[in-house]
Design a protein around this ligand. Structure first.
Ligand SMILES: [Zn+2]
Length: 659
């Protein structure tokens, strides 16, 4: 192969530098990584070897421009790892992740480079903020440690990257392997004919012709438990879910111990203290205080819900019963059920008449599908996004369907980062895991997730910063969920809902009385939702503040008990062995972020309501003060500039029924 044949080696010729997915083959990755790391190190040597005295331009700005090839290949590769992890890609991942960790250390622990950064003087606030970020990043990566500690740190980081990859690959394989096979169709009583047909087709795709396959979604709670009347099957599905990742049990204890060791090396009491030092919450104590405040009322709400369910069930409610009886109470109390809702949530209509329409009403942006441009999988759709005045803004890719090679959950990725220094515009992709149908009908939860992920997409699309380090969602972990959560509010906005919630066959809008009952029913089961989330948060917290040694399962049980969230009927949203957020996705000691961001979110929803809701002026203000800033200003300062004051927690407590 000639070097020219590798599409990573030159900038993409496509609009917005969209990666040329059709040209990319698996064999292009390894040589591009190889050359990308080498080029990056050569660029850094050029910076450190520069005989001129260090300046902002010849050091910080030069670093911002460096690593172009490595960036291109990493972005496309890790996008594929998440969305279409073929065996070939998984092999490369095993090999490349520890080498990338070593590469990052080679940069961060380069003494000459660090000395040069320390000698730079900033000319204005923006430069000072970026310089400060570099000093913080390097210090947190160990730049000020002695040589021996740095050697140990490098070994820890390499090992951690390998363990994270193994965790992820074990989980994907086990999630597929534990899908529940059903032979007798009568066991599937409660599911709609379409849903049963879907399970039959899924089984066929996996070589189980004539049988039925219930695949697992990432959280503990499985959607089919809402409808299945066969209690034994519900239990089987629940146990398949909670048994996932058994092969990860030892591996996570090693990760937790290594993170503790690394935190100690870097001068922190534990991994949580280390993580929090660079978050808006600032200290582990601030998070502990907030969790302490939320747990007792949430647990008491869940216990009350449980006794309501037990009254209907006539027996003690097990975790595999909760959703089933909750659905019965929901039906009885609100006369509403998910099966009746789905026909109003057809995927394309929700996307174009809901998600896109809300963005048009708020920000004036419009969307044109570009069928001439291609994603990395036939399911991916590509849209060009325009500002109100017709100027091009960026590309939005949507990859909405589940597949065996895709990890669970939903997320946003930046494929190209906006930066005026580099002259680049944003290219973003949203991933969901919606089972494909003809047509694809969604639950309201899935609709909400689509709005959520699009909120992350807007954060990246509206980014208007100079330096790539600050682009879009490059904000603290406990701030990044805030814009996406705010975007969820438009899913239930009366004007937006009326625009997208239309029956897929008749085009009839969802009847108002059904809308009203759906909105009313949203408040139901909040105790369960809050406790399962808090239990996962407290597990994450325990692993990164308390873990010393010993068995994972026992540690988990004791941690939940100590935190007061060991409700037998409400298991954590993720158990430790399949908690991918904290072991493989950058949310370690960070799962609290969702509720922490929700304080800002609920307070911002109040602001929109105070100011007339869905109005262009409101969208413009939110875009200008918040979404466009990325990480270029202090996160809480951006919030204050937008809101005119510090965040208040009352709107969140009211929303979750915790006052
Ligand atoms: Zn999110």
């Amino acid at each position: 192969m000639t070097p020219d044949a590798n599409p990573f080696l030159s900038p993409s010729p496509l609009p917005y530098l969209l990666p040329p997915f059709q040209e990319i083959e698996e064999e292009h990755y390894a040589p591009a990584f190889e050359q990308g790391m080498a080029e990056h190190l050569a660029e850094i040597e050029e910076i450190t070897g520069n005989p001129e005295p260090p300046t902002f331009e010849n050091t910080i700005e030069a670093l911002e421009r460096s690593g172009d090839l490595l960036d291109r290949v990493s972005t496309v590769f890790f996008n594929q790892v998440s969305s279409d992890a073929t065996p070939g890609v998984q092999e490369i991942q095993k090999d490349v992740t520890p080498r990338l960790a070593a590469h990052a250390d080679a940069v961060h622990l380069d003494a000459k480079l660090f000395a040069r950064i320390q000698a730079v003087e900033a000319a204005d606030d923006e430069q000072r903020w970026l310089l400060d970020r570099y000093l913080t990043d390097f210090t947190r990566a160990g730049a000020v440690l002695g040589q021996e500690d740095q050697q140990r740190l490098k070994r820890i980081n390499e090992r951690l990257s390998t363990l994270a990859t193994t965790f992820q690959q074990n989980l994907l394989a086990d999630t597929n392997a534990r899908a529940v096979i059903v032979d007798d169709v009568s066991e599937l009583d409660g599911l709609s004919a379409d849903a049963v047909q879907g399970l039959r087709e899924t089984a066929k795709e996996r070589g189980l012709d004539g049988r039925y396959l219930v695949t697992l979604v990432l959280p503990t709670s499985q959607p089919s438990l809402t409808e299945l009347t066969d209690r034994a099957l519900r239990q089987r599905i629940h146990e398949a879910s909670t048994g996932r990742g058994a092969a990860n049990a030892e591996l996570i204890t090693e990760i937790a111990a290594l993170r503790q060791e690394r935190a100690t090396l870097l001068g922190y009491r534990n991994h949580a203290e280390y993580v929090l030092a660079d978050q808006t919450a600032k200290t582990a104590q601030a998070v502990t205080d907030m969790l302490d405040r939320l747990v007792p009322p949430a647990v008491s709400n869940a216990r009350k819900e449980q006794s309501d369910l037990e009254e209907i069930a006539g027996h003690a409610v097990q975790p595999w019963d909760w959703q089933f009886y909750a659905e019965k109470v929901r039906k009885a109390r609100y006369d509403i059920d998910s099966a009746r809702m789905r026909p109003y949530f057809e995927l394309n209509t929700v996307l174009e008449k809901g998600v896109f329409h809300a963005a048009t009403r708020l920000y004036g942006i419009t969307f044109t599908e570009r069928t001439d441009l291609h994603g990395y999988h036939p399911d991916v759709r590509v849209f060009e996004v325009f500002n109100e005045d017709g100027t091009p803004l960026g590309l939005f890719l949507g990859d909405f369907h589940s597949r065996a090679s895709k990890r669970g959950g939903a997320w946003m990725n930046s494929l190209v980062k906006q930066s005026s220094l580099l002259g680049t515009g944003p290219v973003v992709v949203n991933n969901l895991n919606i089972v494909k149908g003809e047509p694809t009908l969604m639950t309201f939860d899935e609709v909400n997730t689509m709005f959520h992920e699009f909120g992350h997409a807007l954060h990246a699309l509206f980014s208007d910063v100079r330096f790539p380090r600050f682009s879009g969602t490059a904000v603290p972990r406990d701030f990044v969920e805030y814009p996406s959560q705010v975007n969820e509010m438009w899913a239930t906005d009366p004007e937006i809902l009326a625009n997208y919630a239309k029956h897929y066959e008749t085009g009839e809008p969802m009847p108002q009385e059904l809308v009203d009952r759906m909105l009313e029913a949203q408040k139901f089961n909040q105790g369960f939702a809050t406790v399962e989330y808090l239990a996962a948060t407290l597990l994450d917290w325990a692993w990164h503040t308390d873990y010393a040694d010993g068995d994972a399962e026992r540690f988990e049980a004791e941690a939940l008990k100590r935190a007061g969230v060991d409700l037998a009927a409400v298991p954590p949203r993720y158990r430790s062995t399949y908690f991918a957020h904290i072991w493989a996705s950058g949310y370690s000691a960070g799962y609290y972020s969702y509720i922490w961001s929700e304080v800002l979110d609920a307070d911002t929803v109040e602001w929109f309501k105070e100011n007339g809701g869905l109005r262009r002026e409101n969208g413009d203000t939110f875009r200008r003060e918040l979404l466009s800033k990325g990480g270029s200003v202090d996160a809480l300062t951006a919030f204050r500039n937008f809101r005119g004051r510090d965040p208040e927690i009352t709107p969140l407590l009211t929303r979750r029924g915790l006052l």
